[in-house]
Design a protein. Structure first.
Lengths: 164, 505, 313
C-alpha cells in the first residue's frame, strides 16, 4: 500500500509528534495502572505488574525515537486522503452499533451497508438502503433461523418470525 | 489387525456413495460458513454440529470432518481474496495471498492454499494415524520454559518480517503487547488495564482485532483514497491455474510448512498461529525471490497454509491420545466425539480402533473432497473480486460485523471493532505495518504466562530457563536470528536486507 | 451443487418449528462445560417435547459474570429465559467485584457436578496424600500445583487443602493454566509436583496408569474410584464443582414452579441420564430450598477462602 519513499529533507512532521505523544500517554496509563496492582508475584518474582511496566518502558523509548524521526523528517508522506467517505463508513458502523439492539440486525446492518456503498460512490440511498436491509434480512434468516446463531431481532424480524 | 488394515477398512466404509454425499454437504456447509470473516473453524463446527446429530454415526462423523476442513479452508479464501482473515491462523495467509489476489493472481494463490492444505492435511493425518503415541511423548517434554523459548523464537523470526522501518514495525508490535496486557492476569486473577469495565476483563478478542484491523481498516483506507481507479483490482491476469513456476515454488514450502506445523499443533500449548509465523519466516529466509515477499510471494501462501492445516491435524494428537483439547476447535471436536460415544484418552486406540480409524479415514476423505470441490470453484471465487467496490465493501462490512455479532452480541465488542478499525486506518495511513500488532496481541500473553510459570516452578531462578537442552537450543537459534542480520548489516549488506523486508499491511 | 446446498438448507428449515420457547444463555464460549450443559439441555428439552424450540446464546466473559449481568438486566420477569452457571461463577463474582450476583437471578436447580481430584505423575516419589502434605508443610514453595485459572475451583481447593494442613494459604505455589487440559499436559510432562482438577479430566490417565490419584474432594468414597477422600486423609475439605440452571429475576411463584417442573422433568428423563453417562457427568440434581441453602453455604465458604489466599480483599 504505502510504497512511498521517504523524502530526504522535510520540516518536522507534526502528525508524527502527535503519534509520539499518544505512545507516551499509553505508556503513562500502563504505568499508572500497574502501580495499583497488588504484588502477587509469589514464587516467580515476576508479578502481574512486571510485564506492563516493561512494555510501557518500550513504548516510551519508541515515543522518543518517533520524535527523533519526526524532527529529521524520516516519516513517509501520506497518500492523499478524502475525509468524507471515511466518515460515512465510520458513521455507518456507529449507527449499526447504536441501533442493533433497538432496530434489530437487518435494519441496523442495512444502514451500514448503504453508508458503505455511499462512501464508495453509490450515492442513491433510496436504492441502496432497501437493498441493504433486504440483504441483511436474508442473512439474518439464514443464520438465526437455520444455523441458530443468535443475531438480535428487531421489529422487521418479529414481523416475519413472531416467535424468534 | 494392524493399523494399516484398520485404515483400509475405514476407507472402504467411507467410500459408500451416501457417505461421500454427506462429506460433500459437510464440506460445502463448512466452507460457506467458514468464509465469513470472524467466524473461524471453532464457531463453524459449533454451529453446524447439531446438523450432524440427525445422521447415523458413520454419516455424522464424516460430515463433521467435512465441516471442520471446510471451515478451515473457507477462512483462507476470504483472507486471500478480501484481506479479511477470520481467525488468527490465517492472518499470515492474508499478507502475501491478498497481494497476489490484487495482482490478478488470486487463482494461483487459492490453488496453492488448497493443494497445500490438502497435502499437509494428508501427510499430517497419516502421521497422526501411525505416530500419535510417539509424538505425544515428545510433545509432553515441552514445559513452560520450552514454550517460553519457542515464543521468543517466534517473536524474533516474525519481527524480521516486519517491513522496512524498524521504528514503525516495533511500535506496532509494542501496541499489540500493550493491548495484550488488558484483562484478567491469568496467573493471579488480577484485572489489568480494565478500568472497572467487566467487558474488558477477558482481554481483547484476537478475532475482533484481526477483523477490525484488516477488514474495517482496509475498507476505510480504500474508501479514503482520492483516486479510486488507481487501485483497481485485477481479477484475473494470466491463468487462473498455477503455472509451472508456481508449482516449482510451492512444493517445498508445502512440505516445510507441514514439518513445522504438525509438531507445533501437537504441543498442548503450541497454537496454530505459531506454526504459520515460523513457516512464513522460514520461507522468507529460504526463498530465491525474497524481494517478492510483501508483494505477493507464492511461498508465503503455500508454507503458512500448509502449516495451518498440518497443525490442525496435530491438535488431534493430544486430543485422541490424551483426551486433551488444546484449541477451541479441538474442544468442540471433543464434544463431537462424545456424541459418538468416543471417549478420547490413552486407551482409545486400543479400546475403540474401529471408530478412531473411521474418524481418520473420514478426515482423509473430507480433505480430498475439499480439494475436489474447491479447485473447480476457484474460477468462481476470484469472480468475487469483479464485484463493484461499493457492493463488495458493503458486503465485507456486513459479514465482518455479522461474524462479530454472532460470536458475541455485545455493544462493547462492536465498539472495539469500530475503534480498532479506525486505528487500523490511521496505521495504514502512516505506513505502520498491521501484522505486528496482531502478532503482539497473540504472542504477548503466551510468552508472559509461560515465563512466569517457569519462574514460579523454579521459585525465581532464571538460570532454570537454560537448563533444559530444548529451551537452550531454541533460545540459541533465536539469538542467532537476532545477531546474524546485525553482523550482515554491519558488513554493508544492509541494502539487501532492506530489500528483503517488504511492507506487508 | 448450489441446488444441493439449498435443498439441504431447506430441509433443515422444514425440520425447525418457527416458535422458540426457552432461550438458554451459556455465559461462556462454545466448547466449554457451560456451553455443553446448555446445548445438552437444548437437545433434551426439545427431544422430550418439554419445549418446542430452544435457542442457546453464548455470552462469554469473565467467569460468566458478563453473561450473568446481561441476563439479569435484560430478562426481568421473563419466564422463558434461562442461564447456565456453576460454582466457578461464585468465585468469579467475588474476584471480579461483579455488581450482579446469584442473588439477582432465580436459581432453579443444580444439574451436574464433579469432584476435584489430586494427582501426581506416575513417576513421582509421592505415594499418598500424607506424603504430599508432608512436603507441603516442609516447604510450600517446592510443591508446585498445576490447575485451572487463578481464583477458580482448583485454586480454591488447593487453598482449602493448605489451610486444613495448617499451611499459610498465601504461600502455596499455584501455577494457573487456562484449563484442566493444559494443566494435565504439565503434570504428565513432570513439570510440576502435583495436579488438581475435576476428576473427569484425569480419569483416562489414571486408568492408563500415567497419573496416580491421591485423593478426591467428595464427602464419601466414590463408586469405582480407588482413592480416599480428603477427609479420610485427615484434611477437612469437601468441594463440588457443580453446574446449575437459573431463571430470570422477578418471576412469580407459579412461573418459578413451572420452570422448576420443566427442568425437573428434563433431569429425570432417560434421555438426560443417557447424555450424562455419555459425557461422564455426575447427576447431582438438587432443587428447591435445599439448593438455595447449599448455594448460600458455598458462597460464604468461598468468600472466606478467597480472602485467605489473598485474591479478594
Amino acid at each position: 500500500m504505502s510504497d512511498l519513499q521517504p523524502q530526504t529533507k522535510r520540516r518536522p512532521d507534526g502528525a508524527a509528534l502527535v503519534i509520539a505523544a499518544g505512545l507516551a500517554v499509553i505508556a503513562g496509563v500502563m504505568l499508572w495502572d500497574s502501580a495499583r496492582l497488588a504484588d502477587l508475584g509469589g514464587y516467580s518474582g515476576v508479578g502481574p505488574a512486571s510485564v506492563p511496566r516493561v512494555v510501557a518502558g518500550g513504548l516510551l523509548g519508541l515515543a522518543g525515537w518517533t520524535v527523533l524521526a519526526a524532527l529529521r523528517g524520516d516519516f513517509p508522506e501520506r497518500p492523499p486522503q478524502r475525509v468524507a467517505p471515511v466518515l460515512w463508513i465510520v458513521a455507518g458502523l456507529a449507527v449499526q452499533l447504536l441501533l442493533l439492539h433497538v432496530a434489530g440486525f437487518s435494519i441496523a446492518t442495512g444502514i451500514l451497508f448503504a453508508c458503505t456503498a455511499f462512501a464508495f460512490g453509490k450515492r442513491n440511498l433510496a436504492m441502496t438502503l432497501p437493498i441493504g436491509i433486504a440483504f441483511a434480512f436474508v442473512v439474518w434468516v439464514v443464520f438465526s433461523q437455520l444455523l441458530m446463531l443468535h443475531l438480535p431481532p428487531g421489529p422487521l424480524e418479529h414481523l416475519f418470525f413472531p416467535g424468534g | 489387525m494392524g493399523a494399516f488394515d484398520f485404515l483400509m477398512q475405514g476407507l472402504a466404509t467411507a467410500a459408500d456413495p451416501m457417505l461421500l454425499f454427506y462429506a460433500l454437504i459437510g464440506v460445502t456447509l463448512g466452507t460457506a460458513v467458514g468464509v465469513l470473516p470472524g467466524i473461524g473453524p471453532a464457531l463453524t463446527v459449533a454451529l453446524l454440529l447439531p446438523v450432524t446429530y440427525r445422521l447415523d454415526p458413520a454419516g455424522s462423523l464424516i460430515m463433521f470432518a467435512g465441516i471442520y476442513y471446510g471451515g478451515m479452508y473457507g477462512g483462507s479464501t476470504t483472507s486471500i481474496l478480501l484481506n479479511t482473515p477470520g481467525e488468527s491462523a490465517s492472518i499470515i495467509t492474508a499478507l502475501e495471498g491478498n497481494k497476489m489476489a490484487r495482482k490478478g493472481r488470486g487463482g494461483p494463490a487459492l490453488a496453492t492454499a488448497a493443494i497445500g492444505s490438502f497435502i499437509a492435511g494428508l501427510i499430517a493425518t497419516l502421521l497422526l494415524a501411525f505416530l500419535a503415541p510417539t509424538i505425544v511423548k515428545l510433545a509432553l517434554v515441552f514445559g513452560p520454559r520450552e514454550y517460553f523459548a519457542l515464543m521468543v523464537l517466534a517473536f524474533v523470526t516474525v519481527s524480521a518480517a516486519f517491513g522496512d522501518s524498524a521504528l514503525r514495525g516495533l511500535t506496532s508490535l509494542f501496541l499489540g503487547l500493550a493491548l495484550a496486557c488488558v484483562g484478567i492476569d491469568q496467573l493471579t486473577g488480577q484485572a489489568r488495564l480494565s478500568f472497572g469495565q467487566a467487558e474488558l476483563l477477558d482481554g481483547i478478542e484476537v478475532t475482533t482485532m484481526a477483523v477490525a484491523m484488516f477488514a474495517v481498516g482496509e475498507a476505510l483506507f480504500i474508501a479514503g483514497q482520492r483516486d479510486q481507479h488507481d487501485d483497481e483490482v485485477t481479477a484475473v491476469k494470466g491463468s487462473v491455474w498455477m503455472s509451472r513456476s508456481d508449482w516449482a515454488r510451492s512444493w517445498k514450502p508445502w512440505l516445510r510448512g507441514t514439518v513445522i506445523g504438525f509438531p507445533i499443533g501437537a504441543m498442548p500449548a503450541g497454537g496454530a498461529e505459531i506454526g504459520t509465523f515460523l513457516s512464513y519466516a522460514t520461507e522468507k529466509k529460504l526463498s530465491k525471490h525474497p524481494e517478492e515477499f510483501g508483494q505477493g510471494a507464492i511461498e508465503g501462501v503455500a508454507g503458512p497454509e500448509a502449516a495451518n492445516n498440518a497443525s490442525a491435524a496435530g491438535t488431534l494428537v493430544p486430543l485422541l491420545t490424551l483426551g486433551l483439547p488444546t484449541s477451541a476447535t479441538a474442544a468442540i471436536m471433543l464434544a463431537g466425539f462424545q456424541q459418538f460415544g468416543l471417549q478420547p484418552g490413552p486407551l482409545l486406540f486400543a479400546t475403540n480402533p474401529t471408530l478412531v480409524w473411521g474418524l481418520i479415514a473420514s478426515l482423509l476423505i473430507a480433505n480430498a473432497m475439499l480439494l475436489v470441490l474447491n479447485l473447480p470453484l476457484i474460477g468462481l471465487w476470484v469472480k468475487l473480486l469483479t464485484v463493484p467496490k461499493p457492493w463488495l465493501y458493503a458486503g465485507i462490512l456486513l459479514f465482518a460485523t455479522l461474524g462479530t455479532i454472532g460470536a458475541n452480541p455485545s455493544s462493547v465488542e462492536l465498539g472495539m471493532l469500530l475503534g480498532f478499525g479506525v486505528l487500523g486506518y490511521v496505521m495504514r495511513l502512516y505506513g505502520y505495518p498491521i501484522a505486528p500488532i496482531v502478532v503482539g496481541l497473540i504472542l504477548g500473553p503466551m510468552a508472559e504466562q509461560q515465563l512466569r510459570r517457569a519462574l514460579s516452578i523454579s521459585q525465581g531462578d532464571w538460570s532454570y530457563l537454560l537448563h533444559s537442552p530444548i529451551a537452550a537450543t531454541l533460545l540459541g537459534i533465536a539469538a542467532l536470528a537476532l545477531i546474524v542480520p546485525l553482523i550482515l548489516r554491519a558488513r554493508g549488506k544492509g541494502q539487501v536486507l532492506a530489500q528483503l523486508a517488504g511492507d506487508e499491511d | 451443487m448450489k441446488h444441493l446446498v439449498l435443498a439441504s438448507l431447506f430441509a433443515g428449515a422444514m425440520a425447525l418449528p418457527a416458535m422458540a420457547d426457552y432461550t438458554i444463555i451459556a455465559p461462556a464460549n462454545p466448547g466449554g462445560g457451560w456451553d455443553q450443559t446448555a446445548r445438552t439441555m437444548q437437545t433434551v428439552l426439545q427431544e422430550e417435547g418439554i419445549s418446542k424450540s430452544v435457542q442457546v446464546q453464548n455470552v462469554p466473559g469473565a467467569g460468566g459474570t458478563i453473561g450473568l449481568a446481561q441476563f439479569a438486566s435484560q430478562n426481568k420477569g421473563n419466564p422463558d429465559a434461562l442461564i447456565v452457571g456453576g460454582y466457578v461463577m461464585v468465585g468469579a463474582i467475588l474476584t471480579n467485584n461483579s455488581p450482579v450476583s446469584l442473588k439477582d437471578v432465580t436459581p432453579i436447580a443444580r444439574l451436574t457436578g464433579e469432584y476435584e481430584a489430586i494427582v501426581v505423575p506416575a513417576a513421582s516419589e509421592i505415594q499418598d496424600m500424607a506424603g504430599l502434605v508432608e512436603k507441603l508443610k516442609a516447604d510450600p514453595g517446592a510443591v508446585s500445583w498445576a490447575g485451572g485459572s487463578a481464583g477458580g475451583t482448583d485454586h480454591i481447593a488447593v487453598g482449602l487443602i493448605a489451610k486444613a494442613a495448617g499451611v499459610d494459604p498465601t504461600r502455596i505455589n499455584y501455577i494457573a493454566y487456562s484449563g484442566g487440559g493444559e494443566a494435565l499436559a504439565a503434570i504428565l510432562g513432570n513439570q510440576v509436583t502435583a495436579g488438581i482438577s475435576s476428576l473427569g479430566e484425569f480419569e483416562a490417565q489414571i486408568q492408563a496408569g500415567t497419573l496416580r490419584l491421591l485423593a478426591v474432594s467428595a464427602p464419601e468414597r466414590l463408586e469405582g474410584v480407588d482413592a480416599p477422600t480428603l477427609q479420610e486423609a485427615g484434611l477437612d475439605v469437601t468441594l463440588e464443582n457443580w453446574r446449575m440452571v437459573a431463571a430470570a429475576p422477578g418471576l412469580s411463584d407459579e412461573q418459578k414452579a413451572k420452570v422448576t417442573a420443566d427442568v425437573e422433568k428434563m433431569a429425570k428423563s432417560e434421555n438426560w441420564q443417557k447424555q450424562l453417562a455419555d459425557k461422564g457427568w455426575m447427576d447431582t440434581f438438587l432443587a428447591g430450598p435445599e439448593f438455595d441453602a447449599q448455594l448460600a453455604k458455598d458462597t460464604e465458604a468461598t468468600a472466606a477462602i478467597l480472602k485467605d489466599i489473598g485474591l479478594v480483599k
